[in-house]
Ligand binder design. Sequence first.
Ligand SMILES: [Zn+2]
Ligand SMILES: [Zn+2]
Length: 643
Amino acid sequence: MINITFKDGNQKTFDQGVTVEAIAKSISSSLKKNSVAGYVNEELYDLNRPIEVDAEVEIITKDDDKAIEVLNHSTAHLMAQAVKRLYPDAKFGVGPAIKDGFYYDIATDHKISEEDLPKIEQEMRRIIKEQTNMEREELSKEEALERFKDDPYKIELINDLDDGEIISIYTQGEFVDLCRGGHVGNTRHIKHFKLLSVAGAYWRGDSDRDMLQRIYGTSWFTKDALDNHLEILKERKERDHRKLGKQLRIFDIYKEAGQGLAFWLPNGYTIRRALEDYVYKLERKAGYQHISTPVLGSKSLYQISGHWDHYRDNMFPVMKQDDEEFVLRPMSCPHHMLVYRSELRSYRDLPIRYAEIVTQHRYEASGSLSGLERVRAMTLTDSHIFVRKDQIKQEVLAAYNLILQAIKDLGLDIDYIELALRDSEKGKFHPNDALWDEAEALLKELLDEEGIEHTVMTGEAAFYGPKIDIQVRTAMDHVITMSTVQLDFLLPERFDLTYIGQDGEKHRPVVIHRGLISTWERLMSILLEQYKGAFPTWLAPTQIKLIPVNNEAHGEYAKLLQDRFIDEDFRSETDIREEKLGYKIRETQTQKIPYALVLGDHEVENQTVTYRKYGQKEQVTVPLEEFIRLIRKDIREKSLSNN
Ligand SMILES: [Zn+2]
Ligand SMILES: [Zn+2]
């Protein structure tokens, strides 16, 4: 007999070799039904793995976060068995659970396509019906090498394990797999799954090695949960900014022009201009001065700033011309330092806030490029604020509040705030501990004083100083760093920046680097996915579409409105094509234009407009002046009423 202790301290004795499933059953039949796996002395156990010694047991039930992972990983084994039956030459890489799903990497001469997936699913259902046990066996390294001698990938994985380590394998019918464990014990526990897609994946993520075929799938405890998840995936596909960007003519990337270099098309550029105008106004109100500096910088400039040492891998190679060496700038900080240094500064001049719409270039590996999310040339609104030490807190806070304002105006949600500090063990941070301590303490104090909840991330600071990062959760459920406020005592030293203090002596200013709302490229990818292309009126490329019922009879009125809207700074277009009225109206919906105006006899006679708002069925007739007031309000309030 062995003693089993539960999490609540209760104890019970069982026969040696008892399983988690049997323990669950001894407590209640509903617990048995809900059990998925267990922790035995904190080790993850399969539902059917025998327990041989006294142990602390925690049963994992279907509501636990871990359960869905165990189920998905078990489904990966099931899929591998089915694949092996269909394609007997198949060899297997790794098959882990991932968020809401699983994958398995497979090598087979058969080129697996999406059309094969239903066939594999069918074979999986057959194996489920066979109610196959997933049996654990423990081997020495030598025995394991012998068992998997025909499978080069598993041999490599086994050889990576320490000598003397016990290796576990799982037999599931005729199929054997190498695995640490944590399974549902029998294929009959797997019910609601779907195979989703196939993609290429390099063995061990190394592009010099074999390309395997990766099948993705997802597995759930109930049909409702599966259906719900498939619905979310469908939604995400529709939101994909690459698809929407093409469809709505926002941006494009041309192979002939170079990888990772985005072209802004008329609709996209109109939105970008609206964003630039917005930011320009926001910054002017907050006391920023705007400058513009070159896209090239001399290599020595980046040697002074330290970027050359810390950032070279992300920079494009040096261009030599005459006696000079240039780089495409990866960031604008050094340029702004020079502008500060170009005049004698007094304590009364500070803070000085420079902002610039900066185009910068970064080398990103071609494999990591993706739509507008990751590009090699990007434009952003960057800023450097030069302050006295006694102004640090107020200016960091002002920059932080400006960021909150912008994120709110864009209709995005903050997920969390991160305070990124140095890791003194790591060499990548500048070595002056006293400066670090002072800068880090200041940011911590500020966050605490303002009651700003935050997560501390050690080792995530910039090489020159600690920073506050604002993390946003996107509509695709990704958390990304949207904005940043960074405290820098280093660059002022490197560039020998000074100001004359009240005492008549020279003092060192401090620099605050502020990134407001990511790059235009990244932001556009986020906004496209957030709004599914149906932009709020203040951002929509075309805000109003004018549709005369009859060009001859109503064209003049349309022209009158068009001119009036231009005077009002509204973005409107008139559709005079020889198409059916219904077709024209429907098109405004697919193009996601906020207001469609149909102009006929009634409107001309009464000087009114009849409009239909995007996403709404009913048409509303109002006097022209009232319509203008309505649009003005929609734009001013940055309303989200198109979603
Ligand atoms: Zn496994
Ligand atoms: Zn900077």
